[in-house]
Design a protein around this ligand. Structure first.
Ligand code: ATP
Ligand code: MG
Length: 259
């Protein structure tokens, strides 16, 4: 299977803080990876490094067709800044084509049709003309998903796509990702370990260091041995409940509670 990304000896420092230390990770064309870990563990830093938005030490080698960000779809973790661009939902979705078109490329009729079709699939067709400033979190998240996939990427990276979306769309979202994972490598950051482990094929635990496991081999002990500060309760081998462990957290963030 083709290797799309090779990460070796990756470290990221912010002043005195080491966000990632000596990370080695390969991503293959048929991968469907869930990225888990505590707040501040370095998940966003890791995916930003891959998409070229983060300075780092070490080496990240992309397959030739991914060079320059072509064919990498990326859905960033939402922050308030994102909504301040005065563009319409349609323009936001179409901006996912810019990596391959360049900034002055014009959108074709087919591009607009594809944007409309994607919007339709995620239930925001009625919002195409709206500016993104007034969108709810869930609506913006859906639009960002369309932007991430409009370029038919070989590698799709989503940073907490289930944030802000309601339970109904969350289920649909994972169905969509499952479908997409048959055509492209998918990497999805999530706090909902119970749900994500039932969807993806491998889990990458990020807590300054990074460890990868096949979902099938995932056990509570394994997570603990690798200092993944997450406790998973297994019922019939299905990860069921996730409780944050507070003892060796060195961060001040509130932990997420998932039941
Ligand atoms: N630009 C920055 N300047 C200083 N510190 C930063 C910067 N970006 C990230 N960090 C720090 O690096 C660490 C890793 O952050 P990162 O956003 O990767 O965590 P995360 O695992 O995505 O967390 P969350 O679950 O909250 O999204 C955190 O301690 C964060 O405060
Ligand atoms: Mg993050």
């Amino acid at each position: 299977m083709q290797k799309l990304v090779e990460i070796s000896g990756l470290s990221v420092r912010h002043g005195n803080l080491t966000a990632l230390e000596d990370v080695n990770l390969d991503i293959y064309a048929d991968d469907f990876i869930g990225v888990i870990g505590p707040n501040g563990g370095g998940k966003s830093t890791l995916v930003k490094s891959i998409v070229g938005l983060q300075e780092y030490e070490g080496r990240i080698t992309l397959a030739p067709e991914l060079e320059g960000g072509h064919r990498i779809g990326y859905l960033p973790q939402i922050n308030n800044f994102d909504k301040q661009f005065p563009i319409s939902v349609e323009e936001l979705i179409l901006s996912g084509l810019q990596a391959s078109k360049g900034l002055c490329g014009r959108y074709r009729k087919e591009d607009r049709a594809r944007a409309a079709s994607l919007a339709e699939q995620v239930g925001i067709a009625h919002l195409l003309r709206r500016t993104i400033g007034g969108l709810s979190g869930g609506e913006l998240q859906r639009a960002l998903l369309c932007r991430a996939i409009i370029n038919e990427p070989r590698l799709l990276i989503l940073d907490e796509p289930a944030n802000f979306v309601d339970n109904h769309f969350e289920k649909e979202l994972y169905d969509i990702l499952e479908r997409l994972s048959k055509e492209m490598a998918v990497v999805v950051v999530s706090h909902d370990v119970g749900t994500i482990t039932s969807v993806v094929r491998s889990i990458v635990c990020v807590n300054r260091t990074v460890h990868r496991h096949a979902t099938a081999e995932l056990t509570a002990e394994l997570l603990e041995n690798y200092h993944c500060p997450i406790q998973v309760v297994f019922h019939d081998d299905i990860p069921h409940t996730v409780l944050p462990r507070h003892d060796h957290s060195h961060h001040h963030h509130d932990s997420h509670h998932t039941h």
